[in-house]
Structure formats: structure tokens, C-alpha cells
Design a protein around this ligand. Structure first.
Ligand code: NAP
Ligand code: MN
Length: 269
């Protein structure tokens, strides 16, 4: 038996609030403590969006923390447990029979033209760049080499677990999370006799990196998961597979492709 410090993050759906109250009682009754400041385990209750929020709340403790997702709505990609299985969840946690899994993250660095300090972020799903007022023009570099000049609505760079989110809606491939890579996907690129991009999503290995260089003068929106910054004067955004990973206390194995089918296809019969 191990005494764990557990933080709970939940959305405001009634079912989630009730599950959080019940989970608190069960955790305390079995000798664990609720510690929102310095937890060993962060349990999110809600949906994938709730787990994304939990990730960003505890990002400064990434090395110490393991995450666990309970879903109160539809089956999620980051959520393993149902809200009616809380007793079993606590028992499994306390008996420390977990198998951990870890997933790749996206490293995001925004660089400015005026010499301001770079801004650094981690994304669990994806980062996108869009232009605020007109067609976005950007030079896409893979390492030091100019790969293409992009014109269109924007670009998305997704992690493997983020590949089923926004990335999938814009025609990106679904990537198994054991593949340590990031995926660049175009958002409505202009392609004609004058403007040309490769057109298909690119899967970039962890040895490579991407730099999206933006022209002077424009205003851009850079998103990182559910957050966004709107700024002028961005010189470039640099992306690579992050050196750190997110760790999940995943006591439950569900085959990734089974989960994809459950989420997007449903019953075949
Ligand atoms: P949201 O607008 O409430 O979420 C959009 C949907 O994406 C929700 O159904 C959410 O699931 C689902 N989702 C989140 N991460 C996922 C993943 N890794 N795989 C499959 N589905 C996923 O916003 P949010 O809940 O804060 O999530 C932010 C994310 O939404 C962004 O990172 C982006 O990927 C995604 N998004 C997608 C589109 C699009 O597809 N056109 C547009 C905007 C944002 P839950 O209901 O379980 O939370
Ligand atoms: Mn959501």
C-alpha cells in the first residue's frame, strides 16, 4: 500500500462534480491525501478537454506527475475509466499495480523579430498558426532547409495522441502514439500554377525539427491545445518532438486502434 498525493481536476458538468466528490471520499478513506499543489497523481474527470486542462495546470511538475482520466461523457482518447468504476479505480491505484504509459509531446518555441525573449510551450494535442487578417504566407523549414512556401489558412502541428483531434478534421493521418513523431498538416492551402505546397501531411521524426518562418508585418494567432496567443512581430515558430513525455497511470489497456474505431466508427453490426 502506498499513500498517494492526488489532485483532482474536473469540469462543471454535474456528473463530473458528483464523481469528484465521491472520488475524494474514497481516496481519503483509503489513506491517501488530496493535494492540489504537489500531487503524485492528477485525476481529471470529464472529457479529453478536461485532461488537456489538467495537463496545462500541472505542466511544471511533468517529471513528477502521472495523469489519469475518468470520462463522464463519451469515450475519450486520454480517459480510461468510467465514473461508475471509482471504487475499482482507487483500489488499483492504492495497490500500485499500475502499468505506466507515456506519450510524446510537442515542443513549441515562438521567436520574435524585436529580440524579445522566446516563448516556450508544450502541447499535448497540437499547435496551429493562422493569420489574423489575410491569407497566411509562411516559409516551412525542415531543419535548416527551406521545404516549401505555404499560402492558405494556416498549419497545424500535432502530436500522435493529438492526431485524432483537430489534425484529423483537416485530413491528417491518425498516428499510433508509440511513434515518436509530430505531424504537419495544412489548413486550406492555396495550390495552383503559381503557389505550390506538397499537399499531404508530413510526419516528422524526433531527429528533425520544423521552423515556420512568418513574414514581417502580419498579425498571427498561435494556438497551443485550447490556448491561443495573438501577436504581431512573430519571426518564426519552432517545433520538435519534446524531450519530455506525459506519463499516464494507465491501469487499463485499451488497444489504440480499438479506441479509434470506438470513437469514430462505432458498432459495425
Ligand atoms: P472543444 O472545442 O470542447 O473540443 C473539441 C472536441 O475535440 C471535443 O469533442 C473533445 O473531446 C475532442 N478532443 C480533444 N482532444 C482530443 C483528442 N486527442 N482526440 C480526439 N478528440 C479530442 O475543446 P477542448 O475540449 O478544450 O479541446 C481542445 C482541442 O479541441 C484542441 O486541442 C483541438 O484539437 C480540438 N479542436 C478541434 C477542432 C476541429 O476538429 N475542427 C476545432 C477546434 C478544436 P471532449 O468532448 O472529450 O473534451
Ligand atoms: Mn471539450
Amino acid at each position: 500500500m502506498e499513500n498517494l498525493k492526488v489532485a483532482l481536476v474536473y469540469n462543471q458538468v454535474e456528473q463530473s462534480v458528483l464523481a469528484a466528490e465521491k472520488l475524494k471520499k474514497l481516496l481519503v478513506a483509503s489513506g491517501n491525501v488530496i493535494d492540489q499543489e504537489n500531487p503524485d497523481i492528477v485525476i481529471s474527470i470529464g472529457g479529453d478537454g478536461t485532461l488537456l486542462s489538467a495537463f496545462h495546470l500541472y505542466i511544471h511538475r511533468l517529471d513528477h506527475v502521472r495523469f489519469l482520466g475518468v470520462h463522464t461523457g463519451h469515450l475519450g482518447f486520454y480517459t480510461d475509466w468510467r465514473d461508475y468504476e471509482l471504487e475499482e479505480l482507487v483500489e488499483t491505484l492504492c495497490n500500485n499495480q499500475e502499468e505506466n504509459v507515456s506519450y510524446p509531446l510537442l515542443d513549441v518555441v515562438i521567436r520574435y523579430r524585436d529580440g524579445r525573449a522566446d516563448k516556450h510551450f508544450f502541447a499535448l494535442n497540437e499547435s496551429t498558426i493562422k493569420s489574423l487578417h489575410r491569407t497566411m504566407v509562411a516559409d516551412v523549414y525542415i531543419k535548416e532547409e527551406l521545404f516549401e512556401r505555404f499560402r492558405g489558412d494556416g498549419v497545424s502541428i500535432a502530436t500522435p495522441t493529438g492526431s485524432t483531434a483537430y489534425n484529423k478534421s483537416i485530413g491528417g493521418a491518425v498516428l499510433h502514439p508509440s511513434i515518436e513523431a509530430i505531424q504537419l498538416t495544412e489548413i486550406a492551402s492555396l495550390n495552383n500554377r503559381v503557389f505550390r505546397t506538397v499537399g499531404s501531411p508530413l510526419v516528422i521524426s524526433k531527429e528533425d525539427w520544423l521552423e515556420i518562418r512568418l513574414p514581417q508585418g502580419g498579425e498571427h494567432i498561435v494556438t497551443v491545445d485550447q490556448f491561443s496567443v495573438q501577436q504581431a512581430d512573430i519571426a518564426s515558430v519552432y517545433y520538435r518532438v519534446a524531450p519530455d513525455k506525459i506519463r499516464f497511470a494507465s491501469y487499463r489497456h485499451m488497444d489504440f486502434w480499438h479506441r479509434v474505431r470506438e470513437a469514430f466508427i462505432g458498432d459495425l453490426k
